[in-house]
Write a protein that binds this ligand. Structure first.
Ligand code: AMP
Ligand code: ZN
Length: 114
């Protein structure tokens, strides 16, 4: 069994609140939301971080952004706007070693991030 938390969530071994799923992508509510809408998008296949994106797996990253666009539109916050965040590695603040994209919406977000 995988020791990766997000692989376990994709496999249904750890519970999550599903927002979206297709052949390549799984999205679920963040357990500790940083905005009124905070959804995590992951590839179903294990990719450790942005450092591991390559020509062999980059198509699934495009699928994730297709899913983000779809969910933002369906949930009704596409027009007001939103932010997509990928934290990579220690300085980036990555705490789960399976690449994921945060979709944050529902309030005015500050820039730059801390
Ligand atoms: P990062 O800090 O970019 O690696 O993001 C990891 C995110 O995963 C954080 O926003 C956490 O709140 C979230 N998270 C951790 N465990 C879970 C879980 N079991 N279900 C949903 N979200 C989680
Ligand atoms: Zn994983």
């Amino acid at each position: 069994m995988s020791e990766c938390l997000f692989c376990k969530i994709v496999a249904g071994e750890v519970p999550s609140t599903k927002v979206y799923e297709d052949e390549y992508v799984y999205a679920f509510l963040d357990i500790d939301p940083k905005a009124p809408e905070h959804i995590i998008f992951v590839p179903k296949q294990h990719i450790g971080s942005a450092n591991e994106i390559s020509p062999d797996n980059s198509a699934v990253i495009a699928k994730i952004f297709e899913a983000i666009s779809k969910v933002a539109s369906e949930k009704g916050f596409a027009d007001n706007g939103y932010r997509v965040v990928n934290n990579c590695g220690e300085d980036g603040g990555q705490t789960v070693g399976h690449i994921h994209f945060h979709l944050l919406a529902g309030r005015q977000l500050q820039w730059p991030p801390g």
